[in-house]
Write a protein that binds this ligand. Structure first.
Ligand code: ZN
Length: 339
């Protein structure tokens, strides 16, 4: 009961990359960089195990950014001439690469970290990838001329990597879809279809993570514009409840999301965000258990999985470490309290 896990990303150590940044520059290159990524992954694996988490991740130590880390392995994309584009419905501007030809995988994306984790832990392991809707919202297009067609092409590539990850021994594959909270109508018309393509043929646990973003200024400003209640989930949860995805990961701690919206996910496992990643305040185990208790009014205990609201990539390393412990200890406290 209450198996705990983090959304995915963790800060990179200062010897690997710039700290407190969403797009950190690497501090090393070539074989030295490869070795440092490996060491950082092992370090976070140990930290998650010692904290007492049940499903562990690679902390996304091998990738610079959660979307572009995947795109670097895709053929048909021009990374040389990045263009400025408004993303997440113009919430912020980013320099993005452009699709210029048919999309194909250049090779495996997450094989190194998946096999490394499998060789060094007996815990369940999770790999995260960007979802197709979030990818097409973070890249320019000069080839497909149709967003849905391009998204489905990306979904096929995600599926190719996901099947290979499953064969590597990965227990949980998660697709990050912050864009689902922005383009709610499109989620219903093609977003879930793209998600289904990405999980086609998988027998491992599948997750979609939908949040209000990292704790960066553009997101905090956006959240302030959303009013006293955030009801984006209300529009997409009924469709997700009917989908073939097994688990839904959502933001809850310190969010203005009405908790009763979780009821709309009947039949699904719900990864409830009980750790706020937009605040450096470390939650107490008591606070985490209280959030779990509040969510239990809407999610049965065998389907509730304590998680973080989002990734912790841009956070201070010590704070992220403390939050890992708070998550695991809060889950342990809830296990005693609500058994
Ligand atoms: Zn997130």
């Amino acid at each position: 009961m209450f198996e705990s896990t983090i959304t995915g990303s963790l800060p990179k150590p200062a010897w690997l990359a710039e700290t407190n940044r969403l797009w950190p520059a690497w501090k090393l290159s070539g074989a030295e960089l490869d070795a440092a990524k490996r060491d950082a992954t092992l370090l976070w694996l140990k930290m998650q195990e010692d904290a007492g988490l049940d499903v562990v991740t690679d902390g996304e130590q091998y990738r610079q950014h959660f979307v572009h880390g995947f795109l670097e392995y895709v053929e048909g994309i021009d990374f040389e001439h990045k263009v400025k584009m408004g993303i997440r419905n113009n919430r912020y501007e980013a320099m993005v690469p452009t699709v210029v030809g048919p999309l194909r995988m250049k090779g495996r994306v997450h094989q190194s970290e998946a096999r490394l984790m499998r060789a060094h832990t007996k815990k369940k392991i999770k790999i995260t990838m960007p979802g197709a809707m979030t990818i097409v919202d973070t890249i320019a297009d000069r080839y497909y001329g149709d967003k849905v067609k391009m998204a489905l092409a990306f979904a096929d590539l995600l599926n190719q990597e996901a099947r290979a990850l499953q064969a590597d021994g990965v227990d949980v594959i998660q697709f990050d879809e912050p864009a689902f909270n922005v383009y709610m109508d499109e989620v219903k018309t093609w977003g879930i279809e793209a998600l289904h393509r990405a999980i086609e043929g998988l027998t491992c646990t599948t997750v979609v993570h939908i949040c209000y973003g990292y704790g960066i200024k553009a997101n905090i400003d956006w959240k302030q514009s959303l009013g006293s209640e955030w009801r984006q989930y209300e529009e997409i949860f009924p469709a997700l409840a009917k989908s073939r995805i097994k688990q839904i990961s959502l933001e809850c701690a310190n969010a203005k999301v009405p908790m009763q919206l979780m009821q709309l996910l009947e039949g699904k496992d719900v990864l409830v965000g009980v750790i706020d990643v937009a605040s450096d305040q470390v939650e107490s185990a008591e606070q985490v258990a209280a959030t779990i208790g509040a969510a239990l009014k809407y999610v049965p205990k065998n389907r509730l999985f304590p998680c973080t609201n989002c990734g912790m990539a841009p956070m201070d390393r010590q704070i992220a470490e403390a939050k890992l412990s708070a998550l695991a200890q809060g889950a342990a406290l809830a296990r005693e309290r609500y058994k």
